[in-house]
Design a protein around this ligand. Structure first.
Ligand SMILES: [Ca+2]
Length: 308
């Protein structure tokens, strides 16, 4: 899985990039009461995503646009773009049935309520990032299993990858971001600016702090969904694999395909996180994948529910 290895290397590199010393946005109206109805049609904290045809992924010629967008990313040349982002090809259609999706990422407060109610013992050390004052921040450091356990308790499920991408586009024809086709650091939490290299390194090594923002601070997309890109990256239901019709094996000169039988299955993670150093990693179509027992300060989730 050469491209996956490169993605892992890129993630490691991200740790060493400068990060902001402060986050400006503080307003929060995160709904941590999943039982409160906010409309006649959707369960509390959720919005109805209408049925439609989702155009998932990108065409091969669009990879060149990613090279341009990520021009300040180390090694972002044509081949690396192909290896990092080739799994977004080919663009294909998926029929989406109507479903409900959480307006915001699941927060620490919501996850804590689940744990206290059920006595669930999480695989991921989510409490490490759920200290005082962080109730409205997205829960992170949860495994795919943890996310599913919460979703089941809440009477929900994780969204499929196609549902997630369709919802992130917000009913628009935007290609790259929920708000349009140009990156805008005011519209999602991914920035790494304004902190010196040493400060960033010291914070990461000694501080165990992260730069999530309370869920719902940034403006919603066309479906009313907050933080679909950035803040916490989000577990999806699917096992990771290449898309139907994937045809870049020859150009990549390596094997791509589903995980081997003896490996821990990898699950799709979408949207990029607060830790992404460049907007190229927080696009609507960008894909990532981790073993389902993996937990990190970058990954959280939101839930979906079938619409009757
Ligand atoms: Ca997110």
């Amino acid at each position: 899985m050469g491209s996956r290895i490169l993605k892992a290397a890129a993630t490691a590199a991200i740790l060493l990039l400068p990060v902001p010393s402060s986050q400006g946005a503080t307003d929060t109206r995160a709904d941590d009461d999943p039982g409160t109805d906010t409309s006649e049609r959707a369960p509390g904290g959720m919005v109805l995503i209408p049925a439609g045809t989702a155009f998932i992924g990108i065409d091969e010629d669009e990879l060149d646009q990613l090279v341009e967008m990520g021009s300040d990313v180390p090694h972002m040349d044509g081949l690396h773009a192909l290896q990092w982002f080739g799994d977004e090809t080919p663009r294909h259609e998926v029929a989406i049935a109507p479903f409900y999706l959480d307006i915001r990422e699941v927060t620490n407060g919501m996850f804590q309520a689940f744990v206290e109610t059920t006595g669930y013992e999480a695989e991921g050390d989510w409490r490490a990032y759920a200290g005082e004052g962080r109730e409205a921040h997205p829960v992170v450091n949860v495994t795919w299993h943890d996310a599913n356990a919460y979703a089941q308790w809440a009477g929900k499920r994780l969204p499929t990858e196609a549902e997630w991408e369709y919802a992130a586009r917000g009913g628009s024809s935007f290609r790259w971001f929920p708000w349009g086709d140009r990156p805008d650091p005011a519209l999602a939490n991914w920035r790494h600016e304004g902190e010196s290299f040493l400060d960033g390194l010291g914070r990461l090594v000694f501080g165990r702090k992260i730069r999530t923002t309370p869920a719902g601070v940034f403006p919603p997309n066309g479906f009313g969904l907050h933080d679909m890109v950035g803040n916490a990256a989000e577990w999806c239901a699917d096992t990771y694999g290449v898309y139907p019709g994937f045809a870049l094996e020859e150009r990549l000169g390596e094997e791509q395909g589903p995980d081997g039988e003896n490996e821990t299955p990898r699950r799709v993670v979408r949207g990029g996180s607060w830790d992404a150093p460049n907007p190229v990693f927080v696009r609507i179509t960008a894909r990532n994948a981790f073993p389902e027992t993996h937990a990190s300060s970058r990954i959280g989730f939101r839930c979906a529910r079938d619409a009757r």
